[in-house]
Design a protein. Structure first.
Length: 297
């Protein structure tokens, strides 16, 4: 059996500890010292034959440099197999150049992370024209998990069931809405979104009876928040009695959280893909299940 352990940065925190506990493996924090000029010294002692690095890649730019140094330190320490667990994987949304001279961030990130790691495990990566994570990372192992079942289990624990209406704000979200709806035995719908800019959208939901309904609104990423704000407003206008919001990747700030609650979100539940005040749904069991096979290779 290979020796295996988990490494994390300070920002991995309790979520990394929960994953290590679920796998029954040791974990330790990667040391980072930042010099006055902004450069970093990274140390990762205790590398094992298989070393897992847990690093949620929200607000990623500084993290990416330190992740590169951590992979180098672990390789030098004897790690033969390096696995990146990035529950939120950054720079995946842009998969083509829209203007002359523009970088394609998805392809650049693929080359960079593939040069550092042998396997990547992530959750609900936001993909467009390239629909499979394996096509984004053709040179290494890559797995894109979904948080839908974890969200459904949590919703059940909060008393939501077959009488709830599960709604996604746009056509892309119907895959998650249907999966959560099936798990709850509930109806699922998705809105039709028209975008008028980075922060201005309009959403139309299909004709259905929303009067006095409880709605579970799902989205994979909430950042600027314009889409879900509009969705909540449209659902309330159509007669929804209460709207619960469940998010895989909560990238919004405190001001947006206040606006979402003021708009009518009874509760906001996010997964632990990134540390956030709304974290309620642990991804440790989901990630552990995907990684458990590493212990017997």
């Amino acid at each position: 059996m290979n020796a295996i352990s988990l490494f994390t940065f300070a920002h991995g925190g309790q979520h990394a500890a929960d994953l290590a506990s679920a796998l029954s493996i040791p974990y330790s924090e990667i040391g980072v010292h930042r010099f006055p000029d902004g450069e970093s010294r990274v140390t990762a002692p205790g590398a094992t034959a298989t070393s897992i690095v847990y690093c949620p890649l929200d607000r990623p730019n500084e993290k990416l440099v330190e992740l590169m140094f951590a992979s180098d330190a672990l390789r030098r320490g004897g790690a033969g197999r390096l696995i990146l667990v990035a529950p939120y994987l950054c720079y995946m949304r842009q998969d083509k150049a829209f203007h002359e001279g523009e970088a394609v961030s998805q392809q650049a990130m693929s080359r960079f992370l593939s040069s550092c790691f042998d396997r990547i495990v992530t959750v609900d990566t936001h993909l467009h024209r390239v629909s499979r994570i394996e096509d984004v990372f053709p040179d290494i192992e890559a797995q894109n998990l979904t948080a839908a079942d974890a969200i459904a289990d949590f919703a059940k624990g909060q008393g939501l069931g077959a009488d709830v209406l599960v709604a996604g704000p746009d056509e892309e979200s119907i895959q998650w809405a249907r999966r959560v709806g099936n798990a709850l035995g509930a109806e699922a719908i998705a809105g039709r979104k028209t975008r008028h800019g980075d922060r201005k959208v309009d959403i139309e939901f299909p004709d259905c009876n929303l009067e006095d309904r409880t709605v579970l609104l799902l989205d994979d990423i909430v950042s600027s928040g314009g889409t879900v704000l509009t969705a909540i407003a449209r659902l309330k206008e159509a007669g929804a009695a209460s709207v619960y919001l469940a998010v895989t990747h909560a990238l919004f700030d405190a001001a947006m959280e206040r606006r979402l609650r003021e708009a009518g979100a009874v509760s906001i539940w996010s997964t632990t893909s990134v540390p956030h005040p709304t974290n309620e749904i642990s991804l440790a069991p989901l990630l552990a299940e995907a990684l458990r096979g590493e212990k017997v290779k």
